[in-house]
Design a protein around this ligand. Structure first.
Ligand code: BDR
Ligand code: CA
Length: 311
């Protein structure tokens, strides 16, 4: 079993990623760490606790993390139009989790787990990269102790999803993302290049509705809202992107995606392209690679695997 920390800004697709990870016997879910992003960090923490309770996984601790970006303290970019006012597509309703966040902060938890499991820990980061950047700052050995970091974020060969150039997780904290890409952490980047090809069609929600469990109804309600957004934003797309679940998927089975090693930088100052992930794809790049970038995905095989596990 691979020990993992899932760093989330819970969100609908984050919830699906949590369910997928919690139901995958290949993974040992050490804890969730939370960040602002789709919603505030307080809401992300609440939602994460709630999702774990729906999964019967109250044993998994939730460590609250960054409430705002590294430098840009006037952040106003929550994605409630995508994920709903509660971040769960309205599926939370009036409910509140019974549990509370663990006392240790997100970045400190990452640092402690990396020290306890040198070379073994995988961190799957599916929100802004602020917690990860703070962990790198906290411990000079962190980057060499972590076994692998899988990031859902960025886009190398396709447009962004918030601006024409930038993807949401990177744009939410470009300086943190740039710091992480420069840190020496062993990064796999699962960006829009592959996640926009990995769709959950609305027709598949029927399977969850037919199961008719509390969990399957909850996830179907959340995903319905998320699909509504995707279909409004991308007419004819035929479903919602499974961004965060695919980052979990490549940890379970790396053959879901084909990767290429590249040197990736984040534009932190662009006039029109702040938050863009820029890869040097020349035959002789100026710098050695700092990431394995996913460029192709076996979307059908991934979707079948995801559906067999998630509810
Ligand atoms: C990413 O942004 C968030 O809205 C999603 O949860 C995902 O992590 C996609 O760009
Ligand atoms: Ca997310």
């Amino acid at each position: 079993m691979k020990p993992i920390i899932l760093d989330v800004d819970t969100g609908v697709d984050d919830s699906l990623a949590i369910a997928y990870a919690a139901h995958s016997p290949e993974l040992r879910l050490l804890g969730l760490t939370t960040c602002f992003g789709n919603v505030s960090v307080e809401e992300a923490t609440r939602n994460s606790l709630y999702v774990l309770e729906q999964l019967g996984r109250e044993d998994v601790p939730v460590h609250a993390g960054a409430g705002k970006p590294f430098f840009r303290h006037n952040f106003k970019g929550y994605a409630k139009h995508v994920h709903g006012e509660d971040g769960l597509g309205g599926a939370l309703g009036d409910a509140m989790p019974k549990g509370k966040a663990a006392p240790l902060g997100a970045s400190r938890f990452m640092v402690e787990q990396a020290r306890q499991l040198p070379g073994e820990l995988t961190i799957i980061a599916v929100g802004p990269l602020t917690n990860l950047a703070l962990a790198v700052m906290m411990d000079p050995d962190f980057a060499s102790l972590v076994g692998r970091v899988v990031i859902m974020g960025g886009a190398v060969t396709v447009p962004g999803n918030v601006t024409g150039q930038a993807e949401a997780n990177i744009l939410s904290d470009p300086e943190a993302a740039e710091f992480v890409f420069r840190s020496g952490l062993p990064i796999t980047m699962v960006g829009l290049d592959v996640t926009m090809k990995t769709l959950l069609p609305r027709s598949r929600l029927r399977e969850w509705r037919d199961k008719d469990t509390k969990l399957s109804r909850f996830l179907a309600d959340a995903a319905d809202f998320y699909i509504d957004f995707y279909e409004r934003a991308n007419p004819g797309i035929g479903g919602c992107a499974l961004h965060d679940p695919l980052a979990v998927g490549v940890v379970i089975d790396p053959t879901f995606c084909r990767t290429e090693e590249m040197h990736v930088q984040v534009d932190t100052e662009g006039l029109l392209s702040t938050g863009r992930t820029i890869a040097d794809r020349r035959a002789k790049p100026a710098h050695p690679p700092n990431a394995k970038v996913c460029l192709e995905v076996d979307a059908d095989r991934f979707l079948a695997h995801f559906m067999s596990r998630v509810v």
